[in-house]
Design a protein. Sequence first.
Length: 111
Amino acid sequence: MFDPSWVERSTKFGGKEAAFWGNAGSVYVVDFPITTAFGMRYTHGIGVYMAKKGDVPVFLKLLLTDEGYVQKEQRLRGIRGSIVFKKDAWNYVRQKMKSAQEDLLQRIGRW
């Protein structure tokens, strides 16, 4: 069953705001509760999901102590831009790939 409180704890960034996170197309930041302290220290969690069309999405989890959670915005600023999506879509010419494969097979020998 869907817990509607997740919506209240979620923030979505798109456009220029998402690009500021490392050229992402969209970014979701979610505060998620930790009901039992992880490692007897970490009582707060933040999930960061970054995606860009045509690229593999990235999901980060930050586990924070009470002291770390007070500095939540500083922690998030610290990871912005640490992962950067490429600006252009992958572009390759099939013939160049085939030629490179044949060249490699000639150099290492066919198995």
